[in-house]
Design a protein around this ligand. Structure first.
Ligand code: ATP
Length: 232
């Protein structure tokens, strides 16, 4: 891990300056299926950053990985079930309504146009996602529309030999949360969160071999998986 990165291990919670635009968190992913790793990350980042809401944005056709096992509609329905009891969490299906690959830059651009400066955007991601960000479509432009807030994830480390990524972090990492309010965009912040070693890949594998993934995801999502015989 590069030494210049600033870590915050305590969830202090940023106090937004008076009259500053609210910050909206954007949680992209395949959510195949959604699990407590996603939900806990969203909750902790929402509290640490004082986010006004977190939007869960399921990817229809992710460009950088195997295509999801369940349909886009099923993944969105599982997200809806998982977030139903949290007024801070919203489902945003814009990537499911677009044709072609689900590029994050297009999502940021469309949200930016829609919000017209009334709120600012924080793209939330786990450390494994940050590790691969330099392969994303137009990755250098992401910060023109949003801050990037990265949550630690068990087993995820940044590659030591990616100079483009190191330079990106060196240039944009902010050392304190309040900077995410004073700057409109262009900041990267890394936040330590509760380590939950849960992944959708492992949940799918457990279901395939007939084991129960219980206690790693909401019961409502597991009921849905069983009802539609997903991943078995
Ligand atoms: P898969 O195993 O299928 O790759 P996943 O569990 O990594 O799936 P994604 O939908 O790909 O889930 O992840 C969406 C976002 O949530 C990514 O930014 C990822 O880094 C983050 N994330 C997922 N699980 C965790 C976790 N346990 N802790 C921290 N971040 C997580």
């Amino acid at each position: 891990m590069p030494s210049h990165l600033h870590f915050t291990s305590m969830l202090l919670g940023a106090t937004p300056p008076a009259n500053s635009a609210p910050l909206i968190g954007l949680m992209g992913g395949t959510f195949d299926p959604i699990h407590f790793g996603h939900l806990r990350m969203a909750q902790e980042l929402a509290e640490a950053l004082n986010l006004s809401e977190v939007r869960f944005i399921p990817s229809a056709t992710p460009p950088h990985r195997d295509q999801p096992t369940s349909s886009a509609k099923q993944r969105a329905e599982m997200v809806a079930l998982a977030i139903a009891d949290n007024p801070l969490f919203k489902l945003d299906t814009r990537e499911l309504e677009r044709e072609g690959y689900s590029y994050t830059i297009d999502t940021l651009q469309s949200l930016h146009e829609e919000l017209q400066g009334k709120a600012r955007l924080c793209l939330l991601m786990g450390m494994d996602a940050l590790a691969g960000i330099t392969s994303w479509h137009r990755w250098q432009e992401l910060l023109q529309f949003a801050h990037i807030v990265v949550a630690t994830r068990p087993g995820a480390v940044l590659p030591a030999d990616n100079l483009a990524l190191a330079g990106f972090l060196q240039t944009h990492t902010v050392s304190s949360l309040p900077q995410l309010y004073t700057q409109a965009h262009n900041g990267i912040y890394i936040q330590c969160i509760t380590a939950l070693d849960i992944s959708a890949t492992h949940i799918r594998h457990q279901l395939q071999i007939g084991q129960s993934p219980r206690y790693q995801l909401p019961d409502s999502v597991l009921d849905y998986i069983h009802r539609y015989h997903l991943y078995s």
